[in-house]
Each structure stands twice: as structure tokens, then as C-alpha cells.
Design a protein around this ligand. Structure first.
Ligand SMILES: CC(C)(COP(=O)(O)OP(=O)(O)OC[C@H]1O[C@@H](n2cnc3c(N)ncnc32)[C@H](O)[C@@H]1OP(=O)(O)O)[C@@H](O)C(=O)NCCC(=O)NCCS
Length: 169
């Protein structure tokens, strides 16, 4: 894990290597979208953001191996749902890279970026069926804020919005 670097990604230039990662991590992609190989999901992950987010409010980070392949991806935005608040869009690791502290390292990196930006909090939405990730975010100190019912989401998944308060440190 020590040889993995956190790098900035570009939605266009790094599309292929993010797509390659998502293909390897298709267990998660299938859980969320129902389709293991899903170019639309890759495109949305790299490009979609609420209208309130300008180009400077979107952060794409890659966990890069020495050979240039990605062991993971962390995407986040700011000013959603409120001005100054941060939101982690997706943290996803290659199955081969899980369970060894890399998720913690990547999440901490993004949380530290939010803190450095004076964000009062950062949120993440976790699928109800993704009990492993829920346990991970609990370990990272996130707390349940609200649940968004399946009927309110386009993809039919129930999601829990979890929040980490950054004001008390
Ligand atoms: C969720 C994910 C990012 C976690 O990354 P990871 O590198 O496997 O997690 P870490 O090794 O850093 O674990 C950190 C802590 O969380 C716990 N944890 C991680 N995954 C867990 C799981 N599936 N079940 C229970 N606990 C888990 C670890 O035991 C560890 O606890 P400890 O500090 O007490 O030892 C990774 O498993 C992943 O990419 N999953 C698929 C995509 C996904 O679900 N993303 C989240 C979307 S909301």
C-alpha cells in the first residue's frame, strides 16, 4: 500500500483508467446499477454534479499504483447540499486492494481536504444493501443523518445519508 500515490484525475484524460478500475470493481457497480460493465456509470461518476458545483468544486482523486493503474478512486464535490458543505460522491477500490487500510487512507485524504476548505461537515450516501461500506463509514466516524427511500431514487436503491461533523476539532 505504501507505493500507492494519491493523484488528481481529469475526467477526459483519465477516463480509460477509471473505466478499467470500475470494470475490476464491478461487484460494486452491479450492486448500484444492476449492470457489472457500465460505461454510463463511469461517465456519470466523472462528470455528473449538481448545477451549483462549478468546475472548481469537483475533485477527482485516483489511488495510483507504480505501473499507472488505479487501485482506487475517490470523487467529491463541495457546496452540496449547502454552500460550503462537502459531499463524497464515491470511494471505490479494486477488490484486490481492499481490507488493507487503503480505504481509510483515501477517505482521510478527502476529509482533510474538506477540513482545509473550512467545511463544517462532509456527507456520503451509502446503499442500504451495502452493509460492508456502512460498517466502514461507521469506523470513519460518520453518523446517520437521514434515509432516502428507494421510491425517491431513480435507480430504485434505498440510501442512507451519513455525515461527519468537522466543526469540533
Ligand atoms: C468500502 C471500501 C472503500 C473500504 O476500503 P478498505 O480499504 O477495504 O477499508 P480499510 O481496510 O481501510 O478498513 C477501515 C476500517 O473499516 C473496516 N471495514 C472495511 N470494510 C469493512 C467491511 N466490509 N465490513 C466490516 N468492516 C469493514 C475495517 O475492518 C477497518 O476497521 P479497523 O480500523 O477497526 O481495522 C472498500 O471496501 C470498497 O471499495 N468497497 C467497494 C465500493 C464501496 O462499497 N464503496 C463505498 C460506497 S458508499
Amino acid at each position: 500500500m505504501d507505493d500507492i500515490k494519491i493523484v488528481n484525475l481529469d475526467a477526459k484524460d483519465d477516463y480509460t483508467r477509471v473505466a478499467d478500475l470500475m470494470y475490476r470493481a464491478s461487484d460494486y457497480v452491479e450492486m448500484e446499477t444492476g449492470k457489472a460493465n457500465n460505461p454510463g456509470f463511469v461517465h456519470a461518476t466523472l462528470n455528473d454534479a449538481p448545477p451549483v458545483c462549478g468546475p472548481d468544486d469537483r475533485f477527482l482523486r485516483g489511488l495510483e499504483r507504480p505501473d499507472g493503474t488505479l487501485a482506487g478512486f475517490a470523487g467529491s464535490i463541495r457546496h452540496y447540499p449547502k454552500h460550503g458543505h462537502w459531499y463524497m460522491g464515491l470511494l471505490i477500490l479494486d477488490p484486490d486492494a481492499r481490507g488493507d487500510g487503503l480505504g481509510r487512507k483515501a477517505a482521510k485524504y478527502v476529509i482533510d481536504e474538506a477540513r482545509a476548505d473550512n467545511a463544517p461537515c462532509i456527507r456520503i450516501a451509502v446503499l442500504d444493501v451495502n452493509t460492508g461500506a456502512r460498517a466502514f463509514w461507521d469506523k470513519m466516524g460518520f453518523e446517520h443523518e437521514r434515509t432516502v427511500k428507494a421510491s425517491q431514487n431513480e435507480d430504485g436503491n434505498e440510501r442512507h445519508i451519513l455525515k461527519l461533523d468537522l466543526t469540533g476539532e
